[in-house]
Ligand binder design. Structure first.
Ligand SMILES: C[S@@+](CC[C@H](N)C(=O)[O-])C[C@H]1O[C@@H](n2cnc3c(N)ncnc32)[C@H](O)[C@@H]1O
Length: 220
């Protein structure tokens, strides 16, 4: 179980924190939390501001394959896979790897690359529609903080249940000091549970999570 930055190769996102803070209102937040077209492909105030495949997950996929020693034939689940870009890239960098994704957003799933359309399912991570120990590795990137604390625990228990090893990786919103916390609160739209690392580690311990993790820290 280790803290490891598997997403370090992703390009840094430019964020206009003040613009987001000024625009944010309950209606925008409610629309963002639907994880529909506006969240992925609407204006930046609502979420991604446009989420298209551009290959940026390829180096991350390589890191994941190397970190977990993934081999052709192994089965991997991406929880909160959005449009399935990482699912596609994991199979591209490791041909023969069997990768699947689940996401609550029917909009995201139905706007995935053709190659992964049969591999993505719509569903909620608090109740994964998979058998015990069905996967050799499970990842959940920037998903779990969108749940209430109790639901985060349910989702983690589900991830542990469907994985046949400790090859699990969770990345969630966090902050290392009060200044980072203020920036995060100005920026956040969809997160429901977030905490300092100690709070997250406490939660991981409560469910006996033995996988790896890293933090998404919002910067300007
Ligand atoms: C910030 S995006 C992250 C997407 C992708 N994992 C990434 O890192 O780019 C959060 C994703 O979590 C999904 N999501 C939110 N709540 C969920 C839930 N309860 N079960 C499954 N997916 C969920 C959203 O639809 C969205 O695709």
């Amino acid at each position: 179980m280790a803290e490891v930055n598997l997403l370090q190769a992703l390009p840094q996102t430019k964020r206009n924190i003040q613009k987001r803070k000024d625009a944010k209102d309950p209606e925008i937040i409610a629309i963002a939390k639907q994880f529909g077209q506006m969240y992925f492909d609407g204006p930046r105030e609502y979420g991604y501001g446009g989420y298209q495949y551009d290959g940026r997950w390829i180096p991350v996929a390589k890191n994941i394959v190397t970190h977990f020693g993934l081999k052709p034939g192994m089965r991997v689940l991406d929880v909160g896979c959005a449009k399935g870009f990482l699912v596609k890239d994991l199979m591209e960098v490791c041909p023969g790897l069997e990768v699947f994704g689940i996401d609550i957003s029917s909009y995201a799933i139905s706007n995935c690359p053709d190659e992964v359309a049969e591999r993505l399912v719509q569903g909620n991570c608090i109740s994964l529609p998979f058998s015990n120990h069905e996967f050799d590795a499970v990842i959940a990137l920037n998903v779990l903080h969108n749940l209430e604390r109790r639901a985060v625990k349910s989702a983690l228990l589900e991830i542990i249940r469907v994985c046949n090893s400790d090859k699990m990786f969770i990345q969630v919103d966090s902050y290392l000091d009060d200044n980072q916390r203020h920036i995060f609160l100005d920026w956040v739209l969809t997160a429901q549970f977030h905490d300092f690392p100690a709070g997250w580690l406490q939660l991981f311990g409560e469910v006996g999570y033995k996988g790896d993790w890293y933090w998404t820290i919002v910067t300007e």
